[in-house]
Design a protein around this ligand. Structure first.
Ligand code: HAM
Length: 423
């Protein structure tokens, strides 16, 4: 029997996981700089949390959720995204009562969507996201965007662009919704079944349809931009001027609607413009979601955030030919020539580690040459060789792989000498 990872998932092997750790440390550093604190929510939630927020006509809810009934006969769903769980927790833990508002949170972890597998699209992917909840200041929209841009900048990405739209407030959206219904109703028979049901429930989703996207009525559909009321326009103008102030360029796209229903006002995506990147060019998506906290039973608490997958960030780095510098894995590798030397080496190994020195040795009873090759592969800075003479003389041979120098050091002085050489 041959077992394989489930379709749309992947093993992240040691040859790759170090890159993930690099991205994770960039994320931690940047979030710290912007004062966003980590929140960890469960991998699954009551299904209702997503139905109410992501929207029951969206692809995510209708086609992509991993939903199961638990042994207590409750419907549960593996989280397809992070915003709904975070806002659920914000309400449940009464974070709206915290003295410092907005509450600024970040998260990072696996999300699950039953999508067709292709480059950059997985069924389990790791999403890093931030949510700033409690403020309706357009400056915080720009803070959130700038945080995402900073992460990409630190990963070395240059070929990226910010695409921006405003979805307006509820009044504007209703006016636009009515215009869409009037536009599509006469010819709705030409559209797919999903679009037909979207017409009644949520006509905006028609614009997002993957089946009918070439229908000429799509291009002539009324644009949301023409239906923004004064308040929404002012808000959008303020967001744009804050972006100008901090020097973040953007492209306006009135068709950017996003695949989740909770958005209003600012909606944005960050795309890769690198030639080497595959068909899916969106690296990051986010927007404002005033009203979501109320939807989950809390008081009014306007919010904004984004989500980005680490997978796509790493793909964008590959496409741009950017890589992280791989640090040396080891400070010291201990080479031993016989059994008494192995015993002595093992004792030293443990002393080194206690002293904060990254060290390892051979456990396969291999010849000296093979052990030296391992030291090379691990990129060890120093190698210690122990044979019969060294055991008897209470010394070791210490070789510096950087400059090739070699010296005999007494057991007593070895830790001190290693630390000196590592400086
Ligand atoms: P989203 O646009 O559905 O938004 O996903 C955000 C990001 O998650 C995408 O831009 C992409 O990087 C990544 N992503 C989504 N699906 C996949 C997949 N199947 N494989 C790999 N990566 C994927 C949200 O999830 C919102 N919760 C974002 C947000 C936070 N809005 C406000 N706050």
């Amino acid at each position: 029997m041959n077992f394989k990872v489930p379709r749309g998932t992947q093993d992240i092997l040691p040859s790759e996981s170090w890159k993930w750790q690099q991205v994770e440390s960039i994320i931690r550093e940047v979030c710290d700089m912007y004062r966003y604190k980590e929140i960890r929510t469960p991998i699954f939630e009551q299904t209702e949390v997503f139905l109410r927020t992501v929207g029951d006509t969206t692809d995510i809810v209708t086609k992509e959720m991993y939903t199961f009934t638990d042994r207590g006969n409750r419907s549960m769903t593996l989280r397809p995204e992070g915003t709904a769980p975070v806002v659920r927790s914000f309400v449940e833990n009464k974070m709206f009562g915290y003295p410092d508002q907005p509450v600024k949170l970040y998260y990072q972890g696996p999300m699950f969507r039953y999508e067709r597998q292709q480059a950059g699209r997985y069924r389990q992917f790791v999403q890093f996201g931030v949510e700033a909840i409690g403020s309706a200041d357009p400056a915080i929209d720009v803070e959130v965007i700038s945080l995402a841009m900073e992460v990409y900048k630190r990963a070395g990405l240059k070929d990226i662009k910010l695409v921006l739209n405003s979805l307006g407030d509820i009044e504007s959206r209703n006016a636009h919704k009515n215009a869409l219904v009037a536009h599509f109703t006469p010819s709705i028979g030409e559209f797919c079944k999903d679009c037909q049901s979207r017409l009644e429930k949520n006509p905006l989703r028609i614009l997002d349809c993957k089946v009918d996207h070439k229908n000429p009525l799509m291009a002539t559909a009324p644009s949301l931009t023409d239906y923004l009321n004064e308040e929404s326009k002012t808000y959008f103008d303020q967001v744009k001027s804050y972006l100008d102030d901090v020097g973040i360029g953007y492209e306006l796209d009135p068709n950017l609607v996003r695949g989740l229903d909770y958005y209003n006002h600012t909606a944005f995506e960050i795309m890769s413009t690198s030639d080497g990147f595959g068909a899916i060019t969106t690296l990051c998506g986010g927007g404002r979601y005033n009203g979501l906290a109320e939807e989950l039973g809390g008081p009014a608490a306007p919010g904004i955030g984004f989500g980005m997958s680490i997978e796509r960030l790493l793909l964008a780095m590959d496409a741009e030919g950017k890589s992280f510098k791989q640090e040396s894995e080891l400070d010291v590798y201990i080479v031993t020539l016989d059994t008494p030397a192995h015993r002595k080496g093992f004792k030293l190994l443990n002393e080194f580690r206690s002293a904060g020195i990254r060290a390892d040795m051979d456990y396969m009873d291999r010849k000296m040459k093979a052990q030296m090759k391992s030291a090379d592969r691990f990129n060890a800075k120093l190698v210690i060789v122990i044979g019969e003479d060294e055991v008897n003389g209470n010394v070791v041979q210490l070789k510096n792989m950087g400059d090739g120098s070699q010296e005999q050091v007494s057991d007593e002085n070895i830790i001190e000498t290693i630390k000196e050489q590592l400086k």
